[in-house]
Write a protein that binds this ligand. Structure first.
Ligand code: PLP
Length: 406
């Protein structure tokens, strides 16, 4: 049994998170139960991670079967399950090569190193700079905070890692002006997650591809949040038809088991030769077993159709919710089951009210609340989420109507 939530003043964990005062003890499908018995509809899914919800029987089977055989071997030996997962990911995408990691940030680190090494191996080590976009989030390692460019994550951690040039999102002139003889790559989230569910317009993504082709640059997509069915496509780049050279994935691919991957074309990966990169845990047999099990479900016929259909229903209801509560909700954003409610009132208040109504949602930048439910949600789950969102919107609205003196 999970113990009750720890009072933050008594915690010995680094106080880097403002944790909600609930401890989740177990889950089933789209539902979780806290240590006090309270049930929540989980529309956060561990920040877009539990793609198949909680306690999915196929994932439990894959993990426990693997756990009873062997947990860890290292990359010093052949990894049949990793080879299989890599091949399946390549067959289902633009990619021809894969490297497994333990997290999203590490997948991005691999992508950044690969883009730089590509040029170095071709005799151009001076081409190491990567252009990124305002509002981006690429992780919390030293290189990925520099790539994300958000000052609040950079300040106080010593000199910012060199080699990242940031331009405003969807600003063609600034982007063209930033490309120089040292540029190695352009790096973008096709839909910004932490940044507030901002979708890069298709024409902008097409322009990025054209610029990369013209200038010999690598195009890196960070699909850590958008990937593995989240947008109704296996990867969101399929929505635009613009394929990258390198793509970082994580979150949903492990369904809750920590893992990520860097996928690339043969050409983009050509500099990553023997000994150029490594990891102790990446590609671990437990992770590979779960990753393969996630693909069994996500790539099964009809699964992504389900995501698209349920997304459509949810959005229709959300549009009505916005119409009923224009003082609270101003806009519905996103794709598939990566949905953002842009608010007129503080998003953190809405997250608290939603939790009080028994619904878990996640705040994002630009005053957005994210709905990131497990991809297996039923029509009944979607309908129930709308009821609870309605309650949250009413509660927020009530605070607006209170006299200021109260
Ligand atoms: N990139 C994107 C788009 C993300 O959403 C995240 C995590 O939220 C990351 C990178 C970092 O992933 P991780 O926290 O697994 O290192």
């Amino acid at each position: 049994m999970t113990p009750a939530p720890v009072n933050p003043s008594q915690s010995v964990l680094l106080p880097t998170y403002a944790r909600a005062p609930i401890a989740l003890e177990r889950g089933e499908g789209a539902w979780v139960v806290a240590s006090d018995g309270q049930r929540y509809l989980d529309f956060g899914a561990g920040i877009a991670v539990n793609a198949l919800g909680h306690a999915h029987p196929h994932l439990i089977q894959a993990l426990t079967e693997q756990a009873s055989r062997i947990w860890h071997t290292s990359n010093l030996y052949s990894m049949p399950e990793g080879e299989r997962l890599a091949r399946r990911l390549c067959e289902a995408t633009f990619a021809e090569r894969a490297f497994f990691t333990n997290s999203g940030a590490e997948a991005n680190e691999c992508a950044i190193k690969m883009a730089r090494k590509y040029h170095a191996a071709k005799g151009h080590p001076e081409r190491y700079r990567i252009i990124t976009f305002e509002g981006a989030f690429h992780g919390r390692t030293l290189a990925t905070i520099a790539a994300g460019g958000q000052q609040k994550y950079i300040d106080g951690f010593g000199p910012k890692v060199d080699g990242f040039d940031q331009v405003p999102f969807d600003d063609v002139a600034a982007l063209k002006a930033a490309i120089g003889p040292e540029t190695a790559a352009l790096m973008i989230e096709p839909i910004q997650g932490e940044g507030g569910l901002r979708s890069a317009p298709v024409r902008f993504l097409k322009l990025l591809r054209e610029l990369c082709d013209t200038h010999g640059l690598m195009l890196i997509f960070d699909e850590i949040q958008t990937g593995v069915g989240r947008t109704g496509k296996f990867f969101s780049y399929e929505l635009s038809g613009v394929a990258p050279d390198i793509m970082a994935i994580a979150k949903g691919i492990g369904g809750g088991f920590p893992m990520g991957a860097c996928l690339a074309t043969e050409e983009a990966a050509s500099g990553m030769t023997l000994g150029t990169h490594g990891t102790t845990f990446g590609g671990n047999p437990l992770a590979m077993a779960v990753g393969n099990a996630v693909l069994d479900v996500v790539l099964a016929p009809g699964f992504l159709d389900h995501v698209q259909q349920i997304s459509l229903r949810l959005r229709q209801s959300l549009a009505q919710l916005r119409d009923h509560h224009p003082d609270v909700i101003s806009e519905i954003r996103g794709e598939g089951l990566m949905i953002g409610l842009k608010l007129n009132t503080p998003n953190t208040d809405f997250v608290v009210e939603a939790r009080a109504a028994g619904l878990l949602v996640v705040a994002a930048g630009d005053n957005v609340v994210r709905l990131l439910p497990p991809l297996i949600i039923t029509e009944a789950d979607a309908a129930e989420a709308i009821v609870r969102l309605e309650r949250a919107a009413q509660a927020v609205e009530a605070t607006l109507k209170r006299p200021a003196a109260e």
